[in-house]
Design a protein around this ligand. Structure first.
Ligand SMILES: [Zn+2]
Length: 316
C-alpha cells in the first residue's frame, strides 16, 4: 500500500461516516519563502467553490490557518439554508486546538472564529473541526494547499485586513531589529566590531593572570589610566607621553612607538616581521580577523611579556 492510500483510505471512511447533509470545507494557510506574504484558501466540494485571501503583511501561518477556518464557517453562515452540520478539514492542529480551547486569546482571528461557531450554533448548525494530515494525498487538502501557495505568488485574491496579534507584532519588530543590527554591524567602521563566522568569545584575551587580563581589556576598550584617557575625563590633564615623547599617550603610542619601551619591543617586532605582519595595536589586541587563533595566542603572550617587562602593566 502506498503511503497516500494509508491516509486516504481511513480518511474516506471517516468522511463517509458523516451525514450526507453535512457540508464540508477544506482549509489551508501558506506563507511565502520570503516570509513577506501570508495567504489562506478554502475549498468546498459540495458547492464546487474555492476562494483565496491574502492577509495583512506580517501575519503568521497560524493566523492564516485560523482565518481560513473562519472564512469557511462565515460562508456557511451566510448561506440561505443553514446546513445541520459544518465540517472543517484542516491540517493545522494548533489552529483547531486554539479555537477549541476555553482560554482567552489575543489573536482576533481566534475570537472571530469562536463567535461564528456560536452564531452557527444559534442558527442550528453544529461545527466539527477535524484535523487531517497534510501532503498525504487527500484531494481536498491538496487543492486548498495549492490554492494558498499560488496566492502567495499571484496575490490576486481578496485581501483580509486583519489586525496583527501582539505576538505577530513582536515577531516583526524582532526580525527588523535583527536585520538592522546585522546591517549596522556589517557597515560599521569601528575596528572592535567585526563580522565573525562563528559565535562565542575568542578567549585569547582572557588571560589566566587577572592583572594581565584587566590590562588587556583596558587597552582594548580604551578605558585605561593612560594620559589620553585621563585628559578625556579632565580636559586640564596633560594627554602627552609621560616620558617626554612629542606624542599623545594612548594605547597605540605605548605599544607601537614610544621610544622608552623599544628595548622590550624587539621580540614582538621580530615575530611580526617574520610573518610579514605590520606591528600595530589593533593586531596586538586580536582585532585582525585575517590572523588564525593560534597566532593570536602567540601575539597575546608576547604582548603580555612586553607589558610586564616594560612595567607598562602598572600604569595602564
Ligand atoms: Zn612615549
Amino acid at each position: 500500500m502506498v503511503p497516500s492510500q494509508q491516509t486516504t483510505s481511513p480518511f474516506n471512511t471517516l468522511d463517509s461516516s458523516a451525514p450526507a447533509t453535512s457540508i464540508r470545507a477544506y482549509t489551508d494557510g501558506s506563507k511565502s519563502s520570503s516570509q513577506e506574504t501570508t495567504t489562506c484558501a478554502i475549498f468546498i466540494p459540495a458547492l464546487n467553490k474555492e476562494h483565496v485571501w491574502t492577509l495583512t503583511k506580517g501575519s503568521s501561518i497560524f493566523t492564516a490557518e485560523v482565518t481560513a477556518i473562519y472564512q469557511a464557517l462565515k460562508l456557511f453562515y451566510d448561506m440561505d439554508d443553514c446546513p445541520p452540520e459544518a465540517i472543517i478539514y484542516s491540517d493545522s492542529s494548533s489552529a483547531i486546538t486554539a479555537i477549541s480551547s476555553n482560554s482567552l486569546s489575543e489573536n482576533e482571528a481566534i475570537t472571530a472564529t469562536r463567535e461564528i461557531i456560536s452564531s452557527l450554533k444559534s442558527s442550528g448548525t453544529r461545527t466539527r473541526l477535524t484535523w487531517i494530515p497534510s501532503h498525504t494525498g487527500i484531494e481536498g487538502n491538496e487543492r486548498a494547499d495549492r490554492l494558498a501557495a499560488t496566492e502567495c505568488n499571484t496575490q490576486d485574491g481578496e485581501e483580509v485586513h486583519n489586525s496583527l496579534s501582539p505576538k505577530e507584532m513582536v515577531s516583526i519588530i524582532r526580525a527588523n531589529w535583527a536585520t538592522n543590527l546585522l546591517r549596522n554591524q556589517k557597515t560599521c567602521k569601528k575596528s572592535c566590531i567585526q563580522m565573525r563566522s562563528r559565535q562565542g568569545t575568542i578567549k585569547w584575551h582572557q588571560h589566566p593572570n587577572r592583572q594581565v587580563a584587566i590590562c588587556l581589556h583596558r587597552l582594548r576598550s580604551g578605558h585605561n589610566r593612560l594620559n589620553a584617557f585621563s585628559h578625556r575625563i579632565d580636559p586640564e590633564a596633560d594627554p602627552s607621553c609621560r616620558v617626554g615623547c612629542a606624542a599623545i599617550e594612548n594605547a597605540r603610542h605605548i605599544l607601537e612607538s614610544c621610544s622608552r619601551n623599544e628595548e622590550f619591543r624587539l621580540k614582538i617586532r621580530q615575530f611580526f616581521s617574520d610573518r610579514n605582519l605590520e606591528l600595530n595595536a589593533s593586531t596586538m589586541f586580536g582585532f585582525n580577523p585575517a590572523i588564525d587563533v593560534d597566532t593570536h595566542f602567540k601575539i597575546r603572550n608576547l604582548t603580555t611579556q612586553f607589558l610586564t617587562q616594560s612595567a607598562l602593566i602598572n600604569i595602564i
